[in-house]
Design a protein around this ligand. Sequence first.
Ligand code: FES
Ligand SMILES: [Fe+2]
Ligand SMILES: [Fe+2]
Length: 490
Amino acid sequence: MKLSKKSRVDAAMAQIETATSLDAPGYALETALARPAQIIGKPAEKLGAALHGTPLGHPVHPLVVGIPIGTWTLALGLDVLAMLGVVKRKGAEQAAQTALTAGAVGAVAAIATGLADWQYTAGRDRRVGLVHALVNTTALSLNVASIALRRRGRRAEGRLASIAAYGCMSIGGYLGGHLVYRRRIGVDQADRSPEPREFQAVLPLAELQEDRPRRVDVRDETARKEVGIVLVRHGGRVHAMGARCSHAGGPLEGGWVLDGALVCPWHGSRYDLETGQPTTGPSTCPQPSYLVRVRDGMVEIKREQEPGDDTVTSEQIAQAAVQTRGRGPLGKKADDVLFEHHQFLRRMFERIEAMPREDPQRRDLMRTLAGELEIHEHIEDKIFYPAVEPVSEDIPIAHAEHRQLADLLAATLKLNTASLEFDEHVKALHAALNHHAGSEEGSMFHEAQRLGETRLRELGHQMEAMLDNQRTSRFHRSFRDLKISLMEGL
Ligand code: FES
Ligand SMILES: [Fe+2]
Ligand SMILES: [Fe+2]
């Protein structure tokens, strides 16, 4: 079987990931790095934390790799321009030399921070990391050689060496990207569910022993999963933090208490019991934190919300319902208006699907459907979603789904209505609408009831008015027609 370009790259990556021959040298290198640190003790621990980025709260490695990438790219550009005679040779050569040197310094920092992080990887990630390091070290060596050659006046060889170095660096960059985006190395692995938003009893205090971490689970209905939280009783107080270690997902309930911190059993990151902040690497990211209280002999916890958390609180609900109640004329309830329109859209899809392919009316009906879909999204975006936002967490997803519907609609409009491809696209669009409308009806409309009937009728009235205006106003109609023709490709 002939492999496509993409799968060839994947096959190469799979080969690296399964190359167990890399394990022995990897282990030897790790031991060589660990021993001196163990002998030196505290200062080495501090240096290690700095190299990971623990005090910074962010991994340092991705910050410093920008230096060699930027400066070596600059040097390559200058070399090319000098060869083409676009810039003055002498000045360009000097600048390239400076850029290469600055990049070499940055590369040393990148290697140091990278090695610090690499030690705490395992298996496939460790193998890819090792090759990533080897390739990038080769790039550095080639560039150091290039600097030396250039100094001796052997410019052509110097340029060749830095071109080869650039190639190595690019491969190294690809491997680094693979580690982060595919293998998820260095990304926050903690469970950041906002649940429980109100104090929830999770365990009788009597079952929690001093310095014996204990895991409890709470339910996150939106994400449809259980969220693990670790409780620690220490010095007469109870602390709680996310049970999944933010570094690589280690189980903190299996850890132990040391120096007022909870230690991860996998790689030894320590998290301050009070704040959840890492005090020692390799972790750079705080654990999700919880407020704790004891009521009637039960430990109760509540998640401390993080900035930007889309959470709906009871105060928000009360406020949204009171703030706007009793203004303006009343009509059908907003969710009923939308539900009826959903049904109307569904029927239009069924009609288009049932029509013979060659029927010229198919195009007209498709245009009407496109217009109605636009109007529907418009009234939701302008009236319904903003009103429901304080009481529902579905809005960001709903916006994303609107975007997808619009993209699919645009692609469908471009097709010949007699074609098989059109049928396929209409089917997909119908399915997308069913999914979106279904989740609005199944979840968002229920949450919207928190606004109270009066508010919903007031919104319903506004939406019916807008629906009517969008359908009848000449201006809106021609504007919509123009948009649809543009999407059709005129
Ligand atoms: S998983 Fe690595 S320190 Fe917790
Ligand atoms: Fe919608
Ligand atoms: Fe809708």
